[in-house]
Design a protein around this ligand. Structure first.
Ligand SMILES: *Cc1c(COP(=O)(O)O)cnc(C)c1O
Length: 369
């Protein structure tokens, strides 16, 4: 059942045109490479199906998700695309992946051999091979990947094998690990001649041509977060979030506000209670720290963030803006996911992937719109 926007407590607008523009812009930074799209974690909280369909329409034909379940969900929406499963091949599930038409990222020697056997048995379907060049998370050690290439005939049965790796520190262009990882990757690629390669995530694209290879794998920058922290954000913000004011009050006397009575407000303070809380991804860490705005006037969070509600101090907002249908702006082009993340000591990725499931969602630029 679709709940009408008029009944919602908070409204999230996802700008698919901005996401499409970000995808094109990232691709243009690496003219020789193909640009994929990472849509794991429900498209970083924005809606994997909507984002994937829109980027498919733009010409994107390679998508990455983390879980098999995420791949199965978007697979039917993208007839000609490759849908890679970053978390790898679940043991014994080669037949399930092949039947569903999803492409495993083989993270261990055992996964590579299982897929190779499946292919050798007659159903030759593509895969990716993930080499760990310094992240120490998923992937084969470079030596193991090279040995496999040289000694395991069966692997040659895997068609279109994409050889990939992942940066650990790409958002810091001066970090020495970037160069070490690129070199380790070049080394391992020599064992896999003629195979396409992929390394760059969003920030990796900004490390220059050495990091581009054949396929780019941007995620967070598609959704507008800054891939170059500390520098001007070249991406277009893609989310706007506003919340309903449920109640306005002007304090007649000095009062404490919220659970734990952690904040105190003097008489004359104007408070607005808004319909969003930590259950919507607005963390308790924002208590008495975060700020939102109404028409450009800052409204600081006062007291603890509760599960469904937040109190903000609207004393500085002109009365004319505090109408019964006034909304508080939590995210927009002037106060982005990176800004909110900084207030909560986290990163834009976490703000995006925490975006509440209770928000009324509108997609700008979708096929349906
Ligand atoms: C999540 C992920 C990406 C995308 O990273 P961003 O920093 O969001 O661009 C690319 N590759 C792998 C292996 C990932 O896990």
């Amino acid at each position: 059942m679709t709940v009408p926007a008029s009944l919602a407590g908070a409204w999230l607008t996802v700008d698919l045109d901005a996401i499409a523009e970000n995808w094109r812009q990232l691709g243009e930074r690496a003219p020789g490479a193909i640009c994929a799209a990472v849509v794991k974690a429900d498209g970083y909280g924005t809606g994997a199906a909507e984002v994937a369909k829109r980027l498919y329409r733009e010409g994107c034909r390679s998508f990455f998700v983390a879980h098999p379940s995420e791949g199965l969900a978007i697979r039917p929406l993208l007839p000609e695309a490759t849908v890679y499963i970053l978390n790898g091949l679940v043991p014994g599930a080669a037949g399930d992946y092949a039947a569903a038409g999803v492409t495993p990222v083989l993270n261990t020697g055992a996964q590579a051999l299982e897929w190779a056997e499946w292919c050798a048995a007659g159903d030759a379907v593509p895969a990716a091979l993930h080499v760990d060049t310094g992240m120490t998370r998923l992937g084969l050690a470079p030596a193991e990947a090279s040995t496999l290439a040289e000694e395991t005939e069966a692997l040659r049965a895997i068609p279109d094998l994409l050889v990939m790796s992942h940066f650990a520190c790409a958002e810091d262009p001066d970090h020495p690990l970037n160069r070490q990882q690129v070199e380790a990757f070049e080394h391992v690629r020599r064992a896999w001649p003629g195979r396409p390669a992929s390394m760059a995530n969003s920030s990796g694209i900004f490390l220059g041509p050495d990091a581009h290879h054949d396929l780019l794998r941007p995620g967070v920058a598609l959704y507008g977060a800054n891939p170059q922290p500390g520098r001007k954000n070249p991406m277009r913000p893609a989310v706007r979030l506003t919340a309903r004011i449920l109640q306005l009050q002007t304090l007649q006397e000095r009062r404490t506000v919220g659970y734990g009575a952690t904040a105190t407000a003097p008489p004359g303070t104007k408070l607005a209670t808004i319909a969003a809380g930590y259950a919507d991804g607005l963390w308790r860490a924002l208590s008495s720290r975060g700020t939102f705005h109404i028409g450009g006037h800052r409204v600081p969070i006062i007291g603890r963030v509760s599960m469904d509600l937040i109190s903000v101090d609207v004393t500085a907002v002109p009365d004319g803006l505090l109408t019964p249908d006034a909304e508080v702006v939590l995210l927009d082009d002037s106060f982005t996911v990176d800004d909110l993340a900084a207030q909560a000591d986290t990163i834009g990725y976490e703000v995006l992937t925490a975006l509440g499931r209770r928000y009324h969602r509108t997609y700008l630029g979708s096929d349906a719109a």
